[in-house]
Design a protein around this ligand. Structure first.
Ligand SMILES: [Zn+2]
Length: 315
């Protein structure tokens, strides 16, 4: 108790602090929207058209939020003959507007593009077609890199996607574009509000064929080690709060930095409890971030990142 006597002394002894550039704000841009829609359960987060996303980023930059993870939802869903005109336009417009005042990561996946809403392609027997999935995921990554994205975040959980994306980037002189792999991603119940936002709920089955079983720790660690071996620059656990037992071990095994994605269901839990006046939203959010930091997270992806200045997190 002697070291808890006053605030300065408590701050002197604090073990986890962080900068707001270690917080990444997801943004959702849809091709199919007249005007923005708030995402149920995650207040102050919207699915937006491109013009609105520019206004939102402008506002976020004023609040020192400079690090973004972009999800793009094209109008036409397909299962073959994809084109990426919409996505390339979104990335190049954002980057041409804000240049290096911000950092733009793009989620690389198929679930917002396909008619069935899965993160992969299937053969005629509804089995995962790994080679065509990897080939299209790599093509997506290359298109995003060509449009000027700062970094790529593959979230599909197909075996071999990190090495496949790294190769196509390097072969096309994008060797300086980093890959932040969703490396340990569970088939979690906490993705609900996100699926609404990304229009990516699967139309049949579930994602247990390729996402991790939340009952398994070794399997989850192996998945991150594999992404490290395949050339990922940064690793990530998802859901963040539901994976805090993995972070330290992944760091030790790989030597890479590991981030945590506080997913929509986790964030919504805090928001809804606050709405019912059961807790203080800002205080609870800050605590949840410190828990992930304490567990060893280098960076945190959170729907509340744009509140970092309000929460007193320094630049
Ligand atoms: Zn996906």
């Amino acid at each position: 108790m002697r070291l808890k006597k006053n605030k300065i002394l408590r701050n002197m002894c604090v073990e986890t602090t962080f900068l707001n550039d270690q917080l990444i704000q997801p943004i959702f841009v849809s091709e199919n929207l007249e005007s923005k829609k708030e995402i149920p359960g995650i207040p102050n987060n919207f699915v937006m058209n491109l013009k609105e996303s520019i206004q939102q980023i402008e506002l976020d930059l004023k609040n020192n939020q400079k690090n973004f993870l972009l999800f793009m939802i094209p109008k036409d869903k397909k299962d073959s003959d994809f084109n990426f005109n919409f996505q390339q336009n979104v990335i190049s417009t954002i980057k041409n507007t804000f240049k290096n005042d911000m950092l733009l990561w793009a989620d690389v996946c198929l679930c917002s593009m396909t008619t069935h809403g899965h993160c992969c392609l299937f053969d005629n027997n509804k089995n995962i077609d790994l080679s065509s999935s990897l080939s299209i995921l790599s093509k997506i990554a290359l298109n995003y890199a060509e449009a000027g994205v700062d970094g790529l975040a593959p979230s599909d959980m197909m075996d071999g996607r990190t090495v496949s994306i790294r190769k196509i980037l390097d072969d096309n002189k994008y060797n300086l574009v980093p890959i932040m792999s969703y490396s340990s991603k569970f088939a979690s119940n906490f993705y609900g509000p996100f699926r609404y936002a990304a229009d990516s709920a699967p139309s049949f089955g579930d994602r247990k064929q390729y996402q991790l079983d939340y009952r398994n720790k070794s399997e989850a660690i192996r998945a991150s080690v594999r992404c490290f071996e395949e050339g990922a620059d940064l690793l990530m656990v998802k859901p963040g709060q539901g994976s805090i037992d993995l972070i330290q071990e992944i760091k030790i095994k790989t030597g890479l930095m590991v981030g945590a994605y506080q997913v929509s269901g986790e964030y919504a839990g805090i928001a809804l409890a606050a709405e019912k006046e059961l807790l203080n939203f800002n205080n609870a959010l800050l605590e949840s971030w410190h828990v992930m930091k304490r567990a060893g997270a280098q960076f945190i992806i959170s729907y509340g990142a744009r509140k970092s200045k309000e929460l007193g997190i320094s630049e």
